[in-house]
Write a protein that binds this ligand. Structure first.
Ligand SMILES: [Fe+2]
Length: 189
């Protein structure tokens, strides 16, 4: 049998980076249109230099059942009209697939929601392991003053479904006002 060969990658845990990742995705503010309540504030941020919102570094594996896809996610600190910087958030394209996150640096939350609109969150902090069960969409939110860095791993065939979150959003927004973090419900479901 023609087996896939084992491999290793190095993480710099003090900096929260993967060394020499094969894939490095960078999402700037301009890729986040439609996700924040204050669209005008986002446009001002884009016009002022379009800062990076989040980055993902991966060493890809085949998109096949039995494989485990893993990487490092870094969400930068900042706010848009008081709303904390966040990732787009997604369901998995194969929805009954779970994911594990490990907080490495920084402070924030992993917001999770079901298709019925239930929304829960878990705190991200160094050393905190968060389990995202099958069917829960998930979005990282940085509520701190430094980059929020996490390690993640999920089934290789899970894929991403961003479109449903673009349409539905999350029923909770995370704001930071006067240094205080607030969770604001945007709708009853
Ligand atoms: Fe995921």
């Amino acid at each position: 049998m023609d087996y896939m060969k084992p491999f290793g990658v190095d993480l710099d845990l003090s900096k929260g980076v993967m060394k020499n990742p094969a894939t490095h995705i960078v999402r700037q503010a301009s890729s986040m249109r439609g996700h924040y309540a204050d669209a005008a504030a986002l446009e001002r941020l884009i016009a002022a230099g379009d800062p990076v919102h989040y980055e993902v570094a991966e060493q890809p594996v085949p998109d096949a059942p039995g494989q485990m896809r893993f990487g490092i996610s870094t969400t930068l600190p900042g706010t848009v009209g008081g709303e904390c910087f966040m990732t787009k958030g997604h369901y998995h394209a194969v929805p009954d697939t779970a994911e594990v996150y490990v907080g490495l640096r920084g402070q924030g939350y992993l917001l999770m929601k079901t298709v019925e609109g239930e929304c829960l969150w878990e705190e991200f902090r160094p050393g905190r392991v968060i389990y995202v069960p099958p069917f829960w969409a998930h979005r990282t939110v940085n509520t701190g003053e430094e980059p929020l860095v996490s390690f993640y791993v999920y089934p290789g065939n899970a894929g991403h479904n961003y479109g449903d979150i673009e349409k539905q959003g999350f029923p909770v927004r995370v704001l930071k006002r006067g240094g205080k973090v607030e969770f604001v419900k945007t709708r009853s479901k």
